[in-house]
Write a protein that binds this ligand. Structure first.
Ligand code: FAD
Length: 519
């Protein structure tokens, strides 16, 4: 129990494995003589999932902490800037049905809840447009910063769209060449326990046994250590989130300099939705759907019809890859001296890019709370399990919110999604509450919520939800403050529309000259 934790073994070299490796190796000085030893074992025989192109703004902090230059990252990972998501056809399914979930918080978010003051104007201006400038700049294809803004600095909060394969390779080079991580390219064939039931080592095909104090399972859907070796139960949430299959493809631009869209576009279909992610050299497009409500053939046709709207010349000839999804997560994530990060811990449909942010949050907590001894590991493990069970539950609620307010009745998929028995209790309670008061800080109790009340406001009011806030609220002291913030938003929007470069121009500039380092 007093044994010091010095030797970390990560199994799996997808985005989860390399991101976790980068965070731990950087923070625990793996390249110094007395630093922690960090080894990543990756099979040459099992491919990475190869998707996962949308991120969350936390990625900026994660890359920065790992000592990565943003210029190098943009150049080498075919990365572009993501400023939120636009949801099309989720409410009525008509062509003019769309709303934004931007990454910038509503104006004055720390001072006053603007929702009740926007509501009387709801038929003239959308919530996102009234309280935030970002939807306006997204509509115009503008970048979230200027060429002179330093690395990782922003004018509008942003995340990235990136090429998943290039990102894993880039992180591998950074971890092995700069951060002192050890890389073993070999297939793990056995997992060996010590007499206490902890993992002592993993056996590989050609490189012998690799011993460690803490093992991080990043083996993707295989979940080799936590799932297969320790048999930790999988909690399915297919009764809430129905989508269980994805079809993914890459769509070339018509011209090398075609505009790059700076938000993920999620377009609802009959039994699922299509994602559309703009990178500098291509788009990543895919259809996530429920196999209980449609079949592969129909889903592929809907995907090709969607692509044909922009590339009729290519829509029928593109290769499409099928990926099976099991929505849900492990009963717990940290067991004995093994913790799962990434797909091995679980997966929910990629509607709000919540998978990589969970990888970052997991890596950050493991690294920050790295147990000094085997004894204290049990304390950290319990806290980790509590925290991440809460996070998975809240993410399930937030994803379900996108479905439950639809007015679509054109297929069983949309009808079934609104059935009361498919809606988690916590979400049902909040929806009841929000009939009479707008979502606000007290609704979510953790300081580090993945989705704050602002995210709920954007989706709730984007979907046309009405709150009957008491009329006295609007006559309160806050009225003047709210009006000032909405005016400020209007002025800021005009200023930024005139001052920001196009997204494509900023990417070109970064490729040619690079961004200034932050001071
Ligand atoms: C359709 C789809 C769309 C997605 N879109 C998004 C998105 O937009 N945003 C987002 O945040 N996330 C998204 N995700 C999730 C995202 O792709 C993953 O969270 C991310 O790629 C991390 O994957 P991973 O590293 O856990 O697993 P993988 O990429 O599958 O890597 C598993 C690793 O384990 C190794 N391995 C397996 N078995 C062994 C063995 N026996 N020995 C040694 N090594 C082994 C493999 O070689 C590989 O290196 C999406 C997922 C899907 C399915």
């Amino acid at each position: 129990m007093d044994k010091a934790i010095k030797n970390i073994v990560i199994v799996g070299g997808g985005t989860a494995g390399w991101l976790t490796c980068a965070v731990i190796a950087a923070e625990h000085c793996a390249n110094a003589e007395n630093g922690m030893r960090v080894t990543l074992v990756e099979s040459p025989d099992v491919k990475t999932i190869g998707v996962g192109e949308g991120t969350w703004p936390t990625m900026r902090g994660t890359l920065r902490k790992a000592g990565i230059s943003e210029t190098e990252f943009v150049r080498e990972c075919d990365a572009a800037f993501k400023q939120g998501a636009k949801f099309a056809k989720w409410v009525t399914g008509e062509d003019d049905d769309a709303y934004y979930h931007p990454l910038v918080l509503p104006q004055g978010y720390s001072e006053v809840n603007l929702a009740p003051f926007w509501q009387p104007h709801a038929d003239k201006v959308s919530f996102a447009d009234a309280v935030c400038f970002q939807s306006h700049i997204c509509e115009q294809g503008l970048a979230p910063k200027q060429a002179s803004t330093p690395e990782y600095g922003h004018i509008a909060n942003y995340a990235y769209h990136l090429d998943a394969g290039k990102f894993a390779n880039f992180l591998q080079r950074h971890c092995t060449q700069k951060l002192g991580a050890h890389h073993v390219l070999d297939h793990v064939v056995a997992i060996n326990n010590d007499e206490t039931g902890d993992i002592k080592s993993v056996s590989t095909k050609h490189s012998g046994d690799i011993e460690g104090d803490l093992f991080i399972d990043c083996t993707g859907f295989n979940s080799l250590l936590l799932g297969k070796h320790y048999n930790i139960d999988f909690k399915s949430c297919k009764d809430v989130l129905f989508n269980d299959t994805a079809l993914a493809t890459h769509v070339p631009y018509e011209h090398q300099q075609s505009p790059i869209v700076s938000h993920t576009v999620s377009t609802a279909q009959k039994a699922g939705w299509v994602w559309d992610i703009g990178l500098p050299t291509r788009r990543g497009v895919g259809h996530v759907f429920s196999s209980a409500h449609t079949n592969d053939e129909h889903a592929e046709k809907e995907l090709r019809d969607y692509i044909a709207l922009s590339r009729p010349d290519l829509a029928e000839s593109l290769d499409v890859r099928k990926i099976d999804i099991k929505p849900g997560h492990r009963e717990k994530f940290w067991h004995k001296n093994c913790v799962a990060v990434g797909l091995s811990a679980g997966f929910l449909e990629p509607l709000e890019a919540s998978a990589l942010v969970l990888v970052e949050l997991s890596a950050a907590m493991i690294s920050e709370q790295m147990p000094a001894t085997r004894g204290t590991m049990n304390v950290v493990a319990k806290r980790f399990n509590d925290k991440f069970t809460y996070r998975w539950d809240r993410i399930i609620d937030f994803l379900k919110l996108h479905y439950v307010l639809t007015k679509r009745t054109d297929s069983d998929y949309w009808i079934d999604n609104c059935r009361a028995e498919t809606i988690p209790n916590e979400l049902s309670e909040l929806l009841e509450l929000w009939q009479y008061q707008s979502p606000w800080h007290q609704d979510f109790t953790h300081v580090d919520e993945v989705f704050p009340s602002a995210s709920y406001q954007y989706v709730l009011y984007g979907m046309g939800f009405k709150t009957k806030n008491p009329p006295t609220l609007r006559r309160s002291m806050n009225q003047q403050l709210a009006e000032q913030h909405m005016q400020k938003n209007h002025a800021l929007t005009q200023k930024l529309l005139n001052g920001l470069p196009s997204h494509r121009d900023l990417i070109n500039m970064i490729k040619q000259q690079g961004l200034r380092m932050a001071s």
